[in-house]
Design a protein around this ligand. Structure first.
Ligand code: ZN
Length: 132
């Protein structure tokens, strides 16, 4: 497992992209819409990992609900694995509570699945596997 990215929930992706491009001194933050999850995301590549800025595109998006409850900020940590299905089976057998029992399509050409923060000391953990 390796750290893939840190997900940050933001109210306004364009404004946040401005801030983070200055912070990391990068010119361009590619933006992608993930309709399945009702979000728009911007990826800031920093060294071997990334910061993923995530904005809700709909009031019933999980990100909108998160910001409503807890405000903007760090939303999840994402770790890349080689075989997501196998890893989900392993974690389930270890007693972790999975939000996604099956991998689903995420941003940036990855399959993703979330583990419930109840099982991981309050931290929302995402596992990802590169497609193809
Ligand atoms: Zn993520």
């Amino acid at each position: 497992m390796k750290l893939s990215h840190i997900g940050i929930a933001v109210k306004n992706l364009n404004e946040a992209s401005n801030v983070f491009s200055k912070l990391f001194n990068i010119n361009h933050i590619p933006i992608e819409e993930v309709t399945e999850q009702k979000v728009r995301v911007g990826f800031c590549h920093v060294g071997d990992s990334s910061v993923e800025l995530t904005e809700a595109t709909s009031a019933d998006s999980p990100i909108a609900k998160y910001i409503e409850k807890r405000g903007e900020g760090v939303h999840h940590l994402s770790f890349e694995v080689e075989n997501l299905e196998e890893e989900l089976r392993r974690l389930k057998s270890e007693g972790f509570q999975l939000i996604d029992e099956e991998p689903r399509v995420g941003a940036g050409g990855y399959l993703i699945a979330f583990i419930h923060p109840k099982s991981t000391n309050g931290v929302l953990v995402e596992l990802s596997q590169k497609i193809g």
